[in-house]
Design a protein around this ligand. Sequence first.
Ligand SMILES: *Cc1c(COP(=O)(O)O)cnc(C)c1O
Length: 409
Amino acid sequence: MNKSHIHDLALFGGQKMFPRPVSTSNLVKPDVEQFLSLLKPALNANGESALIKQLETELAEFHQVPHCVAVCSGFWALVLAIKALAMPGKTEVIMPSLTYRRLADVVAWTGLIPRFCEVDPATLAISAATAAPHIGPDTALIIGVHPIVNCCDAPGLEQLGEKHGIPVLFDGVESVYETLNGKKIGGFGAAECFSFHASKLINGFEGGYITTRDAALARTLRTLSDPSACEGEPRLSAALPGGPLEPPPAPSIETRLPAVHAAMALQGLREVHGQISHNREIYHTYKARLAAVRGLELLQFNEGEQTSFKNIVVGLNSDWLLSRELTIEVLNSEGILTRAYYSPPLHLRPVKYPTIQSPLPFTEQAAKRYMLMPSGYQVNVQQVEQVIDFLNWISAHAAEIRNTAGERP
Ligand SMILES: *Cc1c(COP(=O)(O)O)cnc(C)c1O
């Protein structure tokens, strides 16, 4: 490490540790020749639909579900699934606040109202116990979101939904590879949504998909996703509960997955196991070495399940003397692109659409506590070791750094 004095910190004018940044984004690059050979036939007439069908078939197999519908992004996968599942005439969608930054936008886009609930301290995720107090006569849907490390209690949420006759949709983006009680994520609830964004485990540049065990729902989703495929039939999107914020212009939004994304995602899916061994090595490096860094706690993956080890989440406890914000500033300035974990929480973000709020003290506390550390395809073990040595150094020089940066204890 090239730091001996605190003025060697990039934040105070010293040299950056990583001129080429180490990020928390996956940015996996699959075998380019294989990707191109999948893409080529899709450029012919009918080739595109054959490729998408192949991708959907392999994804359904991967998630051990009978149906998969590919769409253009995780965002639109969620929009379509909410439209298809929300109970007619009801207005509220129960969802966590400590989650993906655009999840409330997704709900608002469908014309429904996000109603924020707490997360369970053990999982950092929505649970039956945190969702239940929000159920009422206006509840249209519950969205269970799997957290970044491990899974939410999906069976508990399924039971809650059954008890009240409310559909449960899962956002499985962060748990794409994982199992819960040995059962593959993808088969829980009425449906689960996933993303192929370049930052995720499977990189399609962009893209997304929905898995379900329900054949009728899969048909509805296909109709919603590609109105041209059902010309002459009544427009489902206009007839659905909630409806879009404004009457949809004709034709409505195109949410099909383009061939180039499908080819990239399919190759990524076929190579996914290689990524997991890389991620496991990164995770075990953090696990072994972070234990010696005072003030930091690694969120541990449940290795009794199949897990992706994809993102590294670290909590700051009272022995860590810098604020999380200053810590992130110090790290970012060195090219270590650490990010705050789901912060600010959604109920504290100013938005122009209606939401339903109640005090969420645990969420607000948790939103200040965690950060995502560099990981993924572009990061190697040696870099992780350098990052952890640097965290140790920061810990030892915390008081000086704080004073120089003008931060109060
Ligand atoms: C990234 C993400 C999404 C959205 O996926 P996009 O393909 O980027 O639209 C949804 N939910 C979660 C939890 C995510 O992390």
